[in-house]
Design a protein around this ligand. Structure first.
Ligand SMILES: [Zn+2]
Length: 157
């Protein structure tokens, strides 16, 4: 993506946030926009600790409580998506930007010597899932608005 398009996208998500905050009557604080920009500059999943550290490294002082609170706002505004990648442990939540994203699902690969530690998360998009969704909608006469699918495994030899 070129930088002009990137700037356009940043302006667009900021508008979405601005409108959301206004509608909900929330405060229009600058740190919310800074956090949003930081998230949209990332190309991977993150958790609250990752984000907190990133902000610290950039000498942007914001409390963890603010990050948690802001994350909730972004979720509700449809700007990010939440994941619980750990299947076998109570792991912390991961998030990713979602506004411009195409639908994708996740393959969670555990370290071979540990069934708790995650080695890698791979994103994949399989058009057959769209087909399954379609036939479930037809069979049950419903509109499916979202879905959640995770595969868990370990690397083969
Ligand atoms: Zn993802």
């Amino acid at each position: 993506m070129d930088s002009v398009q990137k700037d356009k996208n940043v302006e667009q998500i900021k508008d979405v946030l601005r409108q959301y905050l206004q509608e909900k009557g929330f405060r229009n604080t600058p740190e919310r926009y800074t956090i949003l920009e930081e998230i949209y500059s990332l190309d991977h999943h993150f958790n609250v600790d990752d984000l907190y550290l990133l902000m610290m490294q950039k000498k942007y002082h914001v409390s963890k409580a603010t990050i948690y609170n802001t994350i909730e706002i972004f979720l509700d505004a449809g700007l990010i998506r939440k994941h619980q990648f750990g299947e076998k442990t109570l792991s912390t939540s991961s998030y990713e930007k979602s506004y411009f994203d195409k639908q994708h699902d996740h393959l969670v690969i555990y370290k071979r010597d540990s069934d708790k530690e995650i080695a890698e998360i791979i994103e994949f998009c399989d058009p057959r899932i769209q087909g399954i969704k379609q036939s479930i909608e037809d069979a049950f006469g419903v509109n499916i608005n979202s879905h959640s699918l995770y595969f868990y495994g370990t690397k083969k030899d």
